[in-house]
Design a protein around this ligand. Structure first.
Ligand code: NAP
Length: 293
């Protein structure tokens, strides 16, 4: 049993930390909006008043927050987790952030005599609940080996990618594929439904076809029913595609379908769909095609 600090109880952080608690660990949590901790506190976790207090309480400290600026705020800000560290602890960030944002936190954590693991995840809220996420990790290998049993509680697939920020790049490479797949599916679905086919049958066929994937399976219901409640929001996907574009620029790799898909998502956000699931790309194309279900 480990004493775990956990910062960030959003769509992902909530079920992931709940799984650690259910596995018999002691969990101390902080979230900007305290009410989102109600469930996990009722299940037996403890509350800390700041990221600093979380870091002081845990042997290891996890962060699962929206983006790089938020990670910097909870790690490096006043009352940030770094100010609560004592030497020998391990800090694990599971958010999706850029290499530069990550490296800055690594430097501060190492200056406090601690180790920093980057462990972004693949898979959405359903897999977070089931404890079957894919975990892409990089950083100090000895620390990785110590944290692995906790990763195994949250994820069904573990990948150790190297001693630095390799996991950040892999995560962005994956997400650009996930986003562009949703744009492709939007085009296939709207074409078929405007030609008179039944959308629920169309998404079934796509999911079971040669291009079917876990992703097209998860999105059968949102796209088929037009219910775009967020598993992964448009806003967060725009953030990830922007980070992927920056890596593309750094390495001289043009990412044209990524850029096109990001523009579509920005249009969706502009229309007020920023907090909806990114599969709302289908609804956006229906509107652009003057099609109403
Ligand atoms: P989310 O539901 O939007 O939760 C974001 C978390 O960040 C919340 O705890 C939120 O606190 C916190 N936060 C945001 N701004 C903050 C600020 N200024 N100061 C302090 N805390 C702040 O996001 P999510 O879906 O859980 O995603 C978390 C991370 O995982 C993101 O980096 C995302 O890209 C990545 N990811 C998500 C998915 C997915 O399917 N959702 C899949 C893989 C990876 P409040 O509760 O107070 O708002």
């Amino acid at each position: 049993m480990a004493k775990i600090g956990w910062i960030g109880l959003g769509n992902m952080g909530n079920p992931m930390s709940q799984n650690l608690l259910k596995a018999g660990n002691e969990v101390v949590v902080w979230n900007r909006t305290k009410s989102k901790a109600d469930d996990i506190l009722a299940a037996g976790a403890a509350w800390a008043d700041s990221p600093k207090a979380v870091a002081a309480a845990g042997d290891c400290v996890f962060t699962m927050v929206a983006d790089g600026p938020t990670l910097h705020a909870v790690a490096l800000g006043d009352d940030g987790l770094v100010s609560g560290l004592s030497p020998g602890k391990i800090v694990i960030d599971m958010s999706t952030v850029s290499v530069e944002e990550s490296a800055k936190v690594n430097d501060a954590v190492e200056a406090a005599g601690c180790k920093f693991l980057r462990a972004p995840v693949t898979g959405s809220t359903m897999l977070a609940q089931a404890g079957t996420l894919g975990i892409l990790a990089s950083g100090d290998k000895t620390s990785y080996d110590k944290i692995l049993p906790l990763f195994e509680v949250m994820g069904g697939n573990q990948f150790y990618l190297g001693g630095g920020d390799e996991a950040r790049v892999m995560k962005l490479s994956l997400n650009l594929m996930i986003a562009t797949t949703m744009q492709m599916e939007a085009e296939a679905v709207v074409l078929a439904e405007k030609a008179g086919l039944d959308v629920s049958q169309v998404v079934e066929i796509i999911a079971g076809s040669a291009v079917g994937s876990p992703l097209t399976g998860y999105k059968k219901v949102p796209i088929g029913t037009g219910n775009y409640a967020p598993a992964f929001s448009v806003k967060l996907m725009i953030k990830d595609l922007g980070l992927a574009e920056a890596v593309g620029k750094q390495y001289g790799v043009p990412l044209e379908s990524t850029t096109l898909t990001k523009a579509k998502l920005e249009l969706a956000a502009h229309k007020g769909y920023g907090d909806m699931d990114f599969s709302v790309l289908t609804k956006l194309l229906e509107e652009d095609s003057n099609y109403t279900r």
